[in-house]
Design a protein around this ligand. Structure first.
Ligand code: FE2
Length: 277
């Protein structure tokens, strides 16, 4: 074994070199097994990628990379005049990747090119929705199973409408997961270009209660991991099982995360996509 594995709380694993290693030398199939079991794999302390293309080339070894209008790598870095919250320094509501796209990727692979300084914020947040369902009450699950949410979101790379029940089946495995894009509430601060949401299955007063209760469950320490970045971290996460978001960070922090999405084998067509431009 050329690495050591430590459990993260409440889910995920930390993989560190035992000696001096390059991340590209680790056996992908061993890591994929860890990914299947733990849903989040953090590779820390390894030599990473020298050239710009080394990162997407590494991701190709995990499977077919999802290609966007901008290419394979999303550069998550604060922009001067952002048109969307993704490129601001604000928080990002919980969601799953690909919900507004024709295919939903199974893997998200992140590389931290530059971490914010200590105390500047900007953790990427992950909820293990299998744990959330396990830890939820029967009453909660009964309510959630009646609810379907319609989402509308328009940004630089798409103009989409999509729909999903709160509780859905993992596309290829025998367990249920939660699918949810958290709506923005003013009490959470400012958010550029928030998603448009319509809840079906409960009345409007109950809907507000439902959002607050679900958010609380998703962010409960039993189900929730917030990743504080260190430069060079590589994080591989299970987009079919987890939801993710971001905590806000101090404006102009040196935060630069690169992200690639890798499709499942076979690729998974988005079952909820109603329109896409
Ligand atoms: Fe995302």
């Amino acid at each position: 074994m050329d690495y050591k594995v430590t459990r993260l709380k409440p889910f995920g694993v930390l993989v560190e070199p035992d000696g001096k290693n390059n991340v590209q030398d680790l056996n992908i199939e061993s890591l994929r097994e860890l990914f299947r079991q733990e849903h989040l794999v953090l590779l820390r302390g390894f030599e990473t990628f020298q050239d710009m293309e080394d990162f997407p080339n590494y991701c190709e070894r995990w499977g077919e990379v999802s290609v966007w209008p901008f290419g394979k790598v999303l550069e998550l870095i604060q922009q001067d005049d952002p048109k969307d919250h993704i490129f601001d320094h604000s928080y990002v509501p919980l969601h799953w990747d690909g919900m507004y796209r024709p295919q939903v990727p199974e893997y998200q692979i992140f590389h931290c090119a530059k971490a914010p300084l200590a105390g500047q914020g900007g953790r990427t947040t992950f909820t293990n929705t299998v744990l959330a369902l396990k830890n939820a009450s029967e009453e909660q699950k009964e309510l959630w199973s009646k609810i379907t949410v319609h989402y509308k979101r328009k940004m630089e790379f798409y103009d989409s409408k999509t729909v999903s029940p709160i509780i859905a089946k993992h596309p290829y495995r025998d367990f249920s997961v939660i699918r949810y894009n958290e709506p923005h509430f003013e009490e959470n601060g400012e958010l550029i270009n928030p998603v448009d949401i319509e809840v079906q299955g409960v009345g409007s007063e109950e809907a507000l209660k439902f959002h607050r209760d679900l958010k609380q469950t998703l962010c409960d320490p039993q189900n929730f991991y917030a990743h504080e970045w260190q430069t060079g971290d590589v994080v591989i996460t299970d987009n079919f099982t987890l939801l993710h978001g971001r905590e806000e960070f101090v404006s102009k922090s040196p935060r630069h995360i690169r992200r690639v999405q890798v499709l499942s084998d076979p690729p998974y067509d988005n079952p909820g996509l109603e329109s896409y431009k």
